[in-house]
Design a protein around this ligand. Structure first.
Ligand code: ZN
Length: 411
């Protein structure tokens, strides 16, 4: 997916602003002697922006528009080290709302819907993003925020909410709770807009069946507006990305080279019209691919595949590179286990070991199942894990992101 003439012009506009504001990227460009790009080849040679650049700019070094135009900041959670602060102009907030509105529209959601928003409100971009888009669409927002399952279910019934916005783990928790209480006939949900987490087909199927809803994946990250920069359509052939606001590339995470459409690699995003904190070639560390060809829905927005993981999720077990999604794919082929699993990596007796915990019901032979899973991992990936089978409901569920991979080697 080559960058277009128009997108190049927009990039040059952003480059000018970045140099004028003397931001980290403006300095990178000056050091490289670049003041504009005139072809796709030149664009593909522009330096990358890294999360560490953004951290170094703490607190307000990313501010590219004059302070009087900045109306808001958001911040990434900063679980490791210094947080990143992203300033927004009124136009940025508006653009983000427009993109999010488009997401809802692609999902077939209208101003007659009632949207229950369970992601958190605050410094991060989650709840407020879902809310902006909802208000722009003219639908009714029910701004719950996370947690308090009791209250969530009460409002869901009383207000007859039709759309659930949440993480996949929380949607699963709600689905299980609804089933447990036998209140499915009092629930009016039709659609779920699910963001910010990688999830398996099995989990998707389970949420969809138990709640009786259609599910849509939403993509986004705080550094680039927030959630709402893309969503899958009714054909479910990947997420359409709004290329009038963003240009997206897939690169080889090791070499940094741009990969052709269809190949898996790291998503790199350039913001085309952002004013408060424009980013050029920002490395997201999310793994996906651009889906070649046209979508049956006829929309010309490019598509990316479901996020397969993070470049930094890569584990090395006994010399073999492994992604959690590979294990997940293998587990997905075993019908007798639930969608929940946990992977623990530890260093025992001088060797790295992977233990995989899965859930099943009491009618299955636990030992036989464990053996079959271990054999399949060995034949597909090349090492033998230790597999432990437990009863359904034993593994932890959480409100936010469930930690499925626990690396104990560095504790
Ligand atoms: Zn489509």
């Amino acid at each position: 997916m080559q960058i277009t003439e128009k997108q190049l012009e927009q990039v040059n506009d952003r480059i000018k602003a970045l140099i004028a504001s003397n931001s980290f990227y403006g300095k990178k460009l000056e050091a490289a002697g670049i003041s504009e790009v005139s072809s796709p080849e030149e664009f593909s040679k522009l330096p990358f922006s890294e999360k560490s650049d953004l951290r170094d700019a703490y607190p307000l070094g990313l501010m590219t528009a004059p302070e009087e135009e900045i109306v808001r900041i958001h911040s990434s959670s900063g679980t490791t080290g210094t947080p990143v602060i992203i300033p927004y102009t009124a136009k940025d907030v508006d653009d983000w709302g427009e993109m999010f509105k488009r997401c809802y529209e692609v999902a077939g959601i209208t101003n007659k819907d009632r949207i229950q928003i369970t992601p958190g409100y605050g410094l991060w971009t989650a709840g407020i993003g879902f809310q902006n888009g909802c208000e722009k669409l003219g639908a009714m927002a029910v701004p719950m925020g996370p947690g308090n399952t009791e209250k969530q279910l009460e409002m869901m019934q009383a207000l007859e909410t039709t759309v659930l916005c949440s993480t996949s783990s929380y949607a699963l928790l709600l689905a299980e709770e609804i089933q447990k209480r036998g209140i499915k006939d009092k629930i009016h949900l039709k659609k779920g807009v699910i963001g910010s987490e990688r999830w398996s087909d099995k989990m998707r199927e389970r949420i969809s069946t138990e709640l009786g809803i259609e599910l849509y994946d939403i993509y986004g990250l705080t550094e680039i507006y927030g959630p709402g920069i893309g969503i899958n359509c009714e054909h479910n052939t990947g997420m359409h990305i709004w290329d009038d606001y963003l240009y997206l590339e897939i690169i080889d995470p090791q070499t940094g080279e741009t990969l052709p459409d269809g190949e898996w690699g790291e998503i790199v995003i350039t913001t085309l019209v952002k004013e408060g904190a424009p980013l050029i070639r920002y490395r997201t560390h999310d793994l996906s691919r651009i889906i070649p060809g046209e979508c049956p829905c006829g929309r010309s927005y490019p598509r990316i595949d479901v996020i397969k993981g993070r470049t930094d999720d890569m584990m090395k077990i006994k010399g073999v590179n492994v992604f959690p999604s590979q294990i997940e794919e293998i587990l997905g082929t075993f019908e007798e286990i639930s969608s929940e699993y946990q992977i623990r990596i530890s260093h025992l007796d001088g060797k790295d070991t992977m233990r995989i915990y899965v859930e099943t019901n009491g009618t299955v032979d636990f030992n036989g199942l464990a053996k079959r899973i271990a054999e399949k991992v060995k034949s597909r990936i090349g090492f033998t894990p230790i597999v432990k089978v437990v009863e359904i409901g034993v593994l932890p569920r959480s409100m936010k992101k469930t930690a499925r991979v626990i690396d104990e080697r560095f504790d």
